[in-house]
Design a protein around this ligand. Structure first.
Ligand code: NDP
Length: 240
């Protein structure tokens, strides 16, 4: 039977690499995005080029009125949802003392309301199936904190707490819930980051590639990780 994976923010950067990696491993891909239709088309082309199947759908994960109907439709059409990757995320950096409420709310909402809005209906289906895996993309900032990113660090630490608590609730049903905490990864998100200066903080002295995160997500979704749940796996070149 066909396996289905939902990847939020699955149309560019790390999410796109995860969508391609899971498609290569036999999943039908549902890649969601916010508004960038061009990269959604590129993702579809890339997955079809390797013989995979994919659908893309746009909605704001932070908005329950948008997320609810879309996720309900996906769940209704799929025989099973085998993997959910909560990857959509944003930054809005500032020092805490000058951070406006909007920058706080938007980063927290995309991460944590997004987790709630998407994971809750999916986990309900996984509980009926008595199978499935959830992988949420946190960040090294959520583990060690990062100056200028109090909002983002809080959001990403919150996702780690949510991951561990949900893993404890659904483990007995055979559902596994894990997080991946990437370090600096080469995507649009870090285009304004002074990468050369930051490389000195990375034991491997380079930034990571989206595919290097995607392979760890693929492992966590697979039977090779059958006894792995409630964990946070760093993919960070030794940054900790
Ligand atoms: P990108 O900015 O390259 O891509 C973000 C993706 O998320 C896009 O597909 C975007 O859609 C989607 N998205 C953003 N906001 C929303 C929203 N409100 N609703 C639905 N979809 C949304 O990010 P990365 O690939 O770099 O990051 C992916 C994840 O990895 C994020 O959670 C990020 O925090 C995390 N991460 C990234 C690191 C890095 O160094 N790059 C390091 C550690 C963690 P659209 O294209 O339509 O805008």
């Amino acid at each position: 039977m066909e396996k289905t994976a939902i990847i939020t923010g699955g149309t560019r950067g790390i999410g796109q690499a995860i969508a391609i990696e899971l498609a290569r491993n036999g999943y039908h891909i549902v890649a969601t995005y916010h508004s960038n239709a061009d990269t959604a088309r590129e993702t579809t082309a890339a997955i079809e080029a390797i013989g995979g199947t994919v659908e893309t759908v746009a909605f704001d994960v932070a908005d329950p009125d948008q997320a609810g109907p879309v996720i309900k439709d996906i769940i209704g059409r799929a025989a099973t949802i085998d993997a959910l990757v909560n990857n959509a995320g944003i930054t809005a950096d500032d020092l805490f003392l000058t951070m406006k409420p909007g920058k706080w709310d938007t980063v927290i909402d995309v991460a944590l309301k997004g987790f709630y809005n998407v994971t809750k209906p999916v986990i309900k289906k996984m509980m009926r199936q008595k199978s499935g895996t959830v992988v949420t993309i946190s960040s090294v900032a959520g583990v060690i904190g990062n100056r200028g990113q109090v909002n983002y660090s809080a959001a990403k630490a919150g996702l780690i707490g949510a991951t561990k608590a949900l893993a404890a609730e659904v483990g007995r049903l055979g559902i596994r819930v894990n997080a991946v905490a990437p370090g600096l990864i080469d995507t649009e998100m870090i285009r304004d980051v002074p990468v050369d200066a930051l490389k000195q903080m990375i034991p491997m002295a380079r930034i990571g590639r989206p595919e290097e995160v995607a392979r760890v997500v693929r492992f966590l979704c697979s039977e090779d990780a059958a006894y792995v749940t409630g964990q946070v796996i760093g993919v960070n070149g030794g940054m900790c």
